[in-house]
Design a protein around this ligand. Structure first.
Ligand SMILES: [Zn+2]
Length: 409
């Protein structure tokens, strides 16, 4: 019997929607004759998350009742906890042409890969502003998650899906891209029952290493779980981040205490609500805990530094098995002579090495020196190589607090 946390939902069983073997080849063949509906990279990521069972217990894209329940009360119509709408949209023309219960094929508009077939059981229009207000706490279209919702097409399509492709993820991220069942198997083989997920979308520096080690002091294992979906321009590509993690783990962690993996979701930058989504799918991956640091999954100054931690107090106690490990802002302190956090270090700003990810990227891309107390030399070497190989210098915008700079109370 597995000692890991159970998957999310009433059945407590992984529900992958990805077909295999003969079923898969037959469905792919059938898909060739179906009406094509183009979908965005976010929708593709969501479909694949459902495909691999990471979005268990979802069986397809949400209907209007699920959408409304999720926006307002973080609940599907059957009462299951779910924090962010998972929807797909089509133009009015396309939607009008689709008959009731017609099967269509969802095509990733960027790669042109057929991703899933879907039986369209419902078509509905949404109040996009309501979704943005509830989920992102803003309707400002400068917010990348809001911009995506506002640019969705007019009609949402609902219905069960059968996933027929994981797109480029298995090949491009071989060895890193993992399905929940695979991760659970690895955890079980190591005899872990408690596992902390460390969500990463930036290179791993000493502050992340410190978070990871706090988790390892109290739990069996650490799952460094990287985002492989789309990021913002100027962010470091996943293969470079993977190399940085490998070298850090090899040199500074106990063998067998860490597993590295990746998942195909696109960032929504939804701050608190997204932190909850991160916990939902980490539970499906078998993680008992999610490390939630300062401004988790945020962007710009849209969220308070601890909003993503506080929201875990605002949901029903039985909503999730995966629990947050709430950790404050971490840094190297010259007076403490070690890594510390706002919760443990009594010293002032001038005693701490404060360097945001953005500031670091700027220094590296300009060939500057980065202090070893900030990042391990092995990691810096990889990052320096990456930046030197870039043909065009990335234009890096420094924005206030979310980058770890500035003080916001
Ligand atoms: Zn200190």
């Amino acid at each position: 019997m597995s000692k890991l946390v159970k998957p999310h939902g009433k059945d407590k069983k992984l529900k992958p929607l990805l077909l295999e073997g003969k079923e898969l080849s037959e469905e792919k063949k059938k898909a060739e004759g179906l009406r094509k509906v183009p979908i965005t990279s976010r929708e593709t990521g969501d479909a694949i998350m459902m495909g691999i069972g990471a979005f268990t217990p979802l069986g397809g894209f949400m209907c209007d009742e699920d959408w409304k329940g999720v926006c307002r009360d973080m609940k599907l119509k059957d009462g299951t906890f779910w924090p962010i709408p998972v929807t797909v949209s089509a133009t009015k023309e396309d939607a009008n042409a689709i008959k009731d219960n017609e099967e269509v094929v969802l095509i990733d508009e960027e790669s042109l890969d057929p991703i899933a077939t879907m039986t369209v059981t419902k078509k509905y229009a949404i109040d996009k502003e309501l979704e943005c207000r509830e989920v992102f706490r803003t309707t400002d279209t400068e917010h990348p998650g809001v911009a995506k919702v506002m640019s969705q097409k007019d009609v949402n399509l609902a219905g069960p899906i059968k996933v027929i492709s994981e797109s480029y993820f298995p090949e491009e991220f071989a060895g890193i891209y993992q399905r929940p069942a695979e991760a659970r198997k690895m955890f079980e083989e190591k005899g872990w029952s408690t596992v902390a997920a460390l969500q990463l979308r930036n290179p791993m520096h000493r502050s992340h290493e410190y978070l990871a080690k706090i988790a390892l002091e109290i739990l069996d294992g650490l799952y460094i779980h990287q985002l492989l979906g789309k990021l913002k321009a100027g962010d470091i590509p996943a293969d470079v981040r993977v190399k940085c993690i490998d070298v850090l783990v090899d040199n500074y962690f106990l063998k067998d205490s860490v597993i590295q993996g990746g998942y195909p979701l696109e960032m929504r930058y939804g701050g608190p609500r997204e932190a909850l989504l991160h916990a939902v799918f980490r539970q499906n991956y078998g993680c008992s805990h999610l490390i939630v640091g300062r401004d988790h999954a945020g962007v710009g100054d849209y969220y308070g530094p601890f909003d993503a931690q506080k929201i875990f107090e605002e949901i029903p106690k039985d909503a999730l098995e995966c629990q947050p490990l709430k950790i404050d802002w971490t840094f190297y302190c010259f007076k403490c002579r070690g890594m510390a956090s706002m919760k443990t270090c009594p010293h002032g700003k001038e005693d701490r090495l404060l360097l945001s990810g953005t500031m670091l990227r700027k220094t590296l891309s300009e060939g500057g020196e980065v202090p070893a107390d900030f990042s391990r030399p092995e990691v810096l070497t990889i990052l320096q190589d990456y930046y030197q190989g870039l043909e065009k210098k990335v234009d890096i915008k420094l924005h206030g607090f979310a980058t770890g700079e500035g003080e916001k109370k």
